[in-house]
Design a protein around this ligand. Structure first.
Ligand code: PMP
Length: 391
C-alpha cells in the first residue's frame, strides 16, 4: 500500500534533494512543487541554512538546558512579527496549535474553542480529521463555524459567548479536497471584533502559511492581528521546529501551562530557523516568491486552455491548487498528477502545493515544459473526456 494516498507513479522513498529537485531511490529526478509539504521555503539544502546547521551541530544539539539560539530566535520572531511579544518553541504544528488552545483556556478560564468546519489544525484527538480512536469527550468543548461566513460564527457562539476561550482559524481556507479560498478581509476583521466583544482570544494557525505569504503575519495587510499564533513547517527550512507567538498579557498564562518535550530545546533546528528568518524577512524573497507563483499560474492556465481542459487555479499563488472542472472524485486531477509525476514534476491533486525560493524563473520554465507534456499525455487518455472544453 502507498505510504500516502497518492496517484499511480508517485515515488514512495526519496533519496536526496537539492534546490528545487528531489531524487527517488531509483535515481529518478523530480522538480518539486510540494516542498516537503511546506517545510522547504528557501529550496532544499539552502546553503546559509545548512552552514548554520553544521556550525551548531559541531557545538552540539541537545543539551541539559537550552542553547542561546532559543533566546536569539525568540527575539528575532518578536522583532519580525508586530503583535508578538514573546515566543515559545516546540517540534510539530500540532504541538503549537494545541498549545495555543491550552494557553487561551488558561488565560480566560473558559473551555470552548471555536473552529472552522473542515479546517486542519493537526493530528491530536481534538483536531484529527479521522474518527479512529477519538472519543466524544475529546471534542466536547469545540463548536464549529463556516470559514468566510461571519453569520455562522455568530450562530455557533449564540448563548455561549461567555464560555468561549478562543476562535482558531487559518489565514487561508486551504482545506484538502476542495478549491482553496482566500479569507475575505471583512471576515478577518469581523473575527477580530467578535473575539474582542466576547472576551475570547483570536488564534491564527500559520502552520501552513507562515513565511510564505507575509512573514510578519498573513493577515497583516488586512490590519488584523491575532492574540496567539501557531507556526511550523517552513520556519526552519526543513528542520523540526514549531513556534507559538503571543501578546504580552498572555505571557503569564503561557508560563503557567505545563509543557515540554524530549527534543523541544534542540539547538540545530533553532540555528536553521535563525538563518531562514534572515532570508524570508527580506522584501526580495517575498516578491520573488510571488512572481514565481504568478509565472506558474499563468503558464499552467495557458496550457490547460491550449489542451482544452477546464481547470480552476485557486489559493494564493505561493500556495496554489490546480483542480479540474466537474471532477468531484478527482479522477482527472489524479490522472493529471500521475502524468505530471511521470514527466518529472511532483505536485498533488487535492492538497495545495508550496512554492519555494529555488523556483527561479528558469526552474518554473522547466516545470512548465514538463507539465505541457503532462497535459498532452492526459488529453490522449479517455478519462480526460469529462473535463474537456468541447464535447
Ligand atoms: N495546522 C495546519 C494548518 C497544518 O497544515 C498542519 C500540518 N499540515 C498542522 C496544523 C499540523 O502540523 P504538524 O503536522 O506539524 O503537526
Amino acid at each position: 500500500m502507498a505510504v500516502q494516498s497518492l496517484p499511480d507513479g508517485y515515488p514512495q522513498f526519496i533519496e536526496r534533494a537539492d534546490g528545487a529537485r528531489i531524487w527517488d531511490v531509483d535515481g529518478r529526478e523530480y522538480l518539486d512543487l510540494m516542498s516537503s509539504w511546506g517545510p522547504i521555503v528557501l529550496g532544499h539544502r539552502y546553503p546559509a541554512v545548512e552552514e548554520a546547521v553544521r556550525a551548531q551541530a559541531v557545538a552540539g544539539d541537545c543539551f541539559d538546558g537550552t542553547s542561546p539560539r532559543m533566546v536569539e530566535l525568540a527575539e528575532a520572531f518578536v522583532d519580525l512579527v508586530p503583535y508578538a511579544d514573546w515566543a515559545m518553541f516546540a517540534k510539530n504544528g500540532t504541538d503549537a496549535t494545541t498549545l495555543c488552545c491550552t494557553i487561551a483556556r488558561a488565560h480566560t478560564g473558559r473551555e470552548i474553542i471555536v473552529v472552522a468546519r473542515g479546517a486542519y489544525h493537526g493530528a491530536a484527538p481534538w483536531c484529527t480529521p479521522y474518527p479512529a480512536g477519538v472519543t466524544a469527550a475529546d471534542r466536547q468543548n469545540l463548536v464549529y463555524f463556516e470559514y468566510n461566513d461571519i453569520d455562522s460564527l455568530h450562530a455557533a457562539i449564540a448563548g455561549i459567548e461567555d464560555r468561549v476561550a478562543a476562535v482558531i482559524a487559518c489565514p487561508v481556507r486551504h482545506d484538502v479536497r476542495r478549491e482553496q479560498e482566500l479569507a475575505e478581509p471583512q471576515f478577518a476583521r469581523a473575527l477580530r471584533e467578535t473575539c474582542d466583544r466576547i472576551g475570547a482570544l483570536l488564534v491564527l494557525d500559520e502552520v501552513r502559511t507562515g513565511f510564505r505569504l507575509d512573514a510578519r503575519g498573513s493577515w497583516e495587510s488586512f490590519g488584523v492581528r491575532p492574540d496567539l499564533s501557531a507556526w511550523s513547517k517552513a520556519i526552519a527550512n526543513g528542520y523540526a521546529l514549531s513556534a507559538v507567538l503571543g501578546r504580552a498579557d498572555l505571557r503569564d498564562a503561557a508560563g503557567r501551562v505545563y509543557t515540554t518535550g524530549s527534543f523541544w530545546f534542540s539547538a540545530v533546528s533553532m540555528a536553521a530557523s535563525l538563518a531562514t528568518l534572515r532570508v524570508v524577512s527580506t522584501p526580495a524573497f517575498e516578491s520573488n516568491l510571488r512572481a514565481a507563483g504568478q509565472q506558474l499560474r499563468t503558464g499552467l492556465l495557458a496550457q490547460a486552455e491550449a489542451h482544452g481542459f477546464r481547470v480552476r487555479y485557486t489559493g494564493p499563488v505561493q500556495m496554489p491548487l490546480l483542480t479540474f472542472a466537474d471532477d468531484d472524485d478527482f479522477a482527472l486531477g489524479n490522472a493529471w498528477a500521475s502524468a505530471a509525476i511521470n514527466n518529472g514534476v511532483y505536485v498533488h491533486p487535492y492538497h495545495n502545493w508550496f512554492l519555494n525560493a529555488a523556483h527561479t524563473p528558469e526552474v518554473i520554465e522547466e516545470i512548465l515544459q514538463r507539465t505541457d507534456a503532462a497535459y498532452a499525455a492526459l488529453a490522449g487518455q479517455p478519462v480526460a473526456e469529462r473535463g474537456l472544453l468541447t464535447g
